[in-house]
Design a protein around this ligand. Structure first.
Ligand code: GLU
Length: 284
């Protein structure tokens, strides 16, 4: 079993991250496998070296270890570019120049039924740029996946959920292609400012690191169908998924990056031990 923890260095690690990282490490250890760390720093406008340093420090303090060097997504842009190029040459991508406001307006138009449909990445894209003439060479613009075309000849997308989705979904999860087309729309695979996207990078890197079990929060359960579709399109192996419960604050809200009140660093400064953190997240 190979598991991973894949934080973005855009803020302090909080109890939710501690839970995810400890769980992934414990599961690998119990199975005699390996636990890997990957730094997901493709969002250069938000990633900071000091947050990355704090991630290493907090995880080491928690008693976790991992092989060095760690994979860092900001160093892998050529790999993502090559995958985009392949999908482009198969006619599965198109450039999109829509701004957030254009998408909201188009998706709210009366002929679209009024209220925009929400998917894992926000408003489901109404397809404005899909049928515009495509340049011969892949441009350095935002690129969307033509999901309907990508699913041609595929009836159902399936994956194995060994823990549970937010509604208790577990076992073999089957999603019909028509449902997927309506619920995710043509997702962005390369952001203009990044040259890739979370979905593309995560799928390529889980495969590159040989991850067999993806352990992560239930907030990413809905995005998993996108990942499985990309694995199929790129001929990558499909890991088993374990989506775990989210750690919530006293009001029942899931912890956010900016929720410094639950930062591991804060508990450390107040004298908590790693065992106390395990206890707090229910892994004591
Ligand atoms: N980098 C993502 C995050 O910090 C997690 C990605 C994943 O586990 O698939 O939320």
């Amino acid at each position: 079993m190979i598991t991973r923890f894949a934080p973005s260095p855009t803020g302090p690690l909080h109890l939710g991250h501690a839970y995810s990282a400890i769980l992934a490490s414990d599961m690998a250890r119990a199975a005699g496998g390996s636990f890997l760390l990957r730094i997901e720093d493709i969002d250069r406008s938000r990633a900071r070296p000091e947050w990355e340093a704090q991630i290493f420090d907090d995880l080491q303090w928690l008693g976790l270890d991992w092989p060095e060097p760690v994979m860092r997504q900001s160093e892998r842009l050529p790999v993502y570019r090559a995958a985009l190029q392949e999908l482009w040459s198969r006619g599965l991508l198109y450039p999109c120049s829509c701004r957030r406001r254009d998408i909201l307006e188009a998706a709210s138009a009366p002929q679209e039924g009024g209220a925009p449909v929400m998917g894992p990445d926000g408003i489901v894209y109404p397809g404005t740029c899909r049928d515009k003439p495509r340049p011969v060479d892949m441009p350095a613009e935002a690129l969307r996946l033509n999901v309907r075309k990508s699913l041609e000849g595929i009836d159902t997308i399936s994956f194995q959920e060994n823990r549970s989705g937010p509604k208790g979904e577990c076992g073999t999860i089957d999603i019909r292609s028509e449902t997927l087309i309506d619920s995710i729309g043509d997702i962005v695979l390369a952001r203009r400012d990044m040259g890739t996207s979370y979905h593309l990078a995560v799928v390529i890197d889980d495969a590159a690191q040989g991850i067999t079990h993806v352990i992560r929060g239930q907030d990413l359960f809905e995005a998993t169908a996108i990942h499985v579709l990309l694995q199929r399109l790129l001929g990558l192996p499909q890991p088993v998924y374990h989506h775990h419960r989210l750690i919530r604050d006293d009001a029942g809200k899931r912890l956010a990056k900016r929720d410094n009140a639950r930062a591991i660093a804060k508990f450390r400064a107040e004298g908590a031990s790693p065992a106390d953190i395990r206890e707090m997240v229910g892994l004591g």
